[in-house]
Design a protein around this ligand. Structure first.
Ligand code: PLP
Length: 581
């Protein structure tokens, strides 16, 4: 229903029924469906309005696709899948599989078999997370009350799929338990997406392997040919040309402007890594960008930061698996080192953290509180001589990212190995000449392959080592056996950063020490601080650091979204490329 129709509907209800309040209520309720997108970065269990929203946008899109198709082909749906590629960006629009079946069977009068053939040839599914609690699940009850016809269709898809599975594994009922769409009165949207699509893809090589070997193992065994990898990318038009105009200009002066549409052209920058004048200009541009951010921080947060210090940045959604906590433990560790050994050389740092938490994610909000509390103590301590500052920038957004990323010396990509599907922030930073400190997770693995291991700082357990540790891991052993870690944890636990409310951060301490530390923060602490020491040491040699910065930019071409999109075009959508002059 368009806006005009809603207005007419409202007027009719008022005129005919005289129910003014009821009409306004109805209008407000329907408008709510598309008013705001849910701000969660992962699935928030069973919110009715969210399912309505997903259905609203899916149905509107499909009805538009069908309207356009009919303008050309009338009622003949034979070529539908040849002319339409529908890509499910995560499971959020997965109900579209069921909606297309409903439109084809109930509205267009096509047989189930033909409709299913059209549907599965039209849909592709991109998975974005391996975290089980983030996979969408809707209760049968909710679907029954909101979309009863869709629930019937889901049962029928499930019945036919289960028959096929039983034929393949007649003696293994556990296969159906794991692969069916409906289990324990819940509808598993990821399973629906896999069953209803011709192709399933992950968003980085490691992520795709994890999908095939673990998360969707049973499906991979039956349909190995369905699974593909499409490593994510970012657009250089936004993340270099627009966000970092001075660096873009220097690059264009040296190698021409063809990198704007062909990012692999950046390899030509390797010619200049021994050119001292070029390296000085490169470094000066970084300095200018740091000044630009420092001005913002002075104006918005009333904090002065020194642009001669290393800018150490972690900007991303606040999530336990992304381990902002590990970063904070390192910040507190540095603070203690400076206080213990004031005469010792310390490479000064400005640690910058930004990111939003989902509204009901208690732990994420407490982590933000901890960052701000630690910042208050460190930034007001005159005795450390401005060697360390910690800045939390609120209201993280794309615009803020465009301001922060060009200023970064160090990019923090420190998720628990195996948990970050790809990451794209990692690519944006490297494109702007920051060096990465990171785990072998998501696309970090491929960034390392491209830039070379001497131009990236890798630490921590691998995804396989994490899998190995699961079930045996005792975080308290790491706490007991590491005095540096112990001091940092004890300082938070005793309320040093929350004097007015000493037990404020108890839930964080409990999750680390008494609830199994599910994100292996303590297990990676020692490896992380050792790697950070190496970072500091290398930052001392500004010429070498700048060379590595240039090499990162020169070798990051693979991560252009132009490459990603071309792979989807050729390998998933089977389209012919059209040249636009
Ligand atoms: C790129 C970007 C992200 C994704 O960052 P990751 O580090 O990959 O999690 C999130 N939010 C904004 C605003 C971004 O620009």
């Amino acid at each position: 229903m368009g806006w005009q129709n809603l207005q007419e509907n409202l007027i009719l209800t008022i005129l005919i029924k005289g129910d003014y309040i009821g009409a306004i209520e109805h209008k407000a309720e329907t408008e709510n469906i598309s008013k705001v997108l849910y701000p969660n970065d992962m699935f928030a269990k069973g919110k009715e309005l969210r399912l309505k929203q997903e259905y609203f946008f899916s149905s509107a899109t499909l009805q538009d696709i069908i309207r356009r198709y009919k303008q050309k082909f009338s009622d003949n749906f034979e070529s539908f899948a040849e002319y339409n590629a529908i890509q499910l960006n995560d499971t959020h629009p997965a109900i579209a599989i069921v909606e297309l079946m409903r439109l084809l069977v109930d509205v267009e009068g096509i047989s189930w078999e033909k409709a299913w053939n059209i549907t599965t040839k039209s849909f592709g599914y991109t998975n974005h997370t391996v975290m089980p609690e983030a996979l969408e699940k809707w209760s049968v009850d909710l679907l029954q009350s909101l979309l009863p016809r869709h629930l019937q269709i889901i049962y029928e898809i499930d019945r036919r799929f289960s028959e096929d599975v039983i034929k393949i594994y007649p003696n293994d009922k556990s296969k159906i338990d794991r692969m069916s769409i409906i289990k324990d009165e819940t509808v598993r949207m990821a399973n629906l997406s896999i069953i209803g699509s011709h192709t399933v893809n992950g968003v980085a090589k490691l992520h795709t392997e994890i999908i095939k070997q673990h998360l969707f193992k049973d499906f991979y065994e039956i349909f190995p040919e369905k699974f593909q990898n499409k490593t994510n990318g970012i657009t250089q038009r936004r993340w270099l040309l627009k966000a970092n105009p001075c660096l873009a200009e220097l690059i264009t002066e040296k190698i021409g402007n063809s990198w704007i549409t062909n990012l692999n052209e950046l390899t030509k920058l390797t010619e200049f890594i021994d050119n001292t004048e070029f390296l000085i200009r490169w470094r000066n541009i970084k300095k200018q960008n740091k000044e630009r951010l420092a001005n913002y921080i002075r104006k918005e947060l009333n904090i002065n930061i020194d642009t001669e210090t290393m800018f150490d940045c972690q900007i991303k959604r606040i999530h336990e698996y992304k381990r902002q906590l590990l970063n904070i433990l390192h910040v507190i560790h540095m603070y203690l080192e400076i206080k213990d050994f004031p005469e010792r050389d310390f490479i000064p740092r400005t640690v910058i953290i930004s990111g939003k938490a989902a509204p009901s994610y208690f732990m994420a909000k407490l982590i933000i509180k901890l960052i701000n509390s630690v910042a208050d103590v460190i930034n007001s301590d005159k005795s450390i001589d401005d060697k360390l500052k910690l800045i939390f920038i609120p209201n993280y957004s794309v615009s803020l990212a465009e301001l922060i990323i060009p200023s970064a010396d160090l990019s923090e990509q420190i998720s628990t190995a195996g948990m970050e599907a790809s990451g794209t922030g990692n690519m944006k930073f490297a494109l702007n000449g920051a060096l990465t400190i990171g785990t072998l997770d998501g696309a970090n693995v491929e960034i390392k392959e491209e830039v070379g291991e001497e131009n990236i700082f890798i630490f921590g357990l691998t995804d396989k080592e994490i899998e190995e540790l699961k079930g045996k891991y005792n975080p308290k052993d790491f706490y007991k056996n590491n005095l540096k870690l112990q001091r940092v944890i004890d300082l938070i636990a005793e309320g040093y950063f929350s004097r007015h409310e000493p037990s404020l951060f108890k839930p964080i301490i409990d999750s680390l020490l008494h609830q199994g530390d599910k994100f292996f923060v303590l297990a990676d602490f020692q490896s992380y601080i050792e790697c950070q020491q190496k970072v500091s040491k290398e930052y001392l040699d500004q010429e070498l650091w700048t060379k590595k910065s240039v090499i990162n930019v020169a070798k990051i071409g693979k991560f252009s979204s132009d490459r990603t999109i071309e792979e989807y075009v050729k390998e998933i959508w089977n389209l012919k490329k059209v040249h636009v002059s």
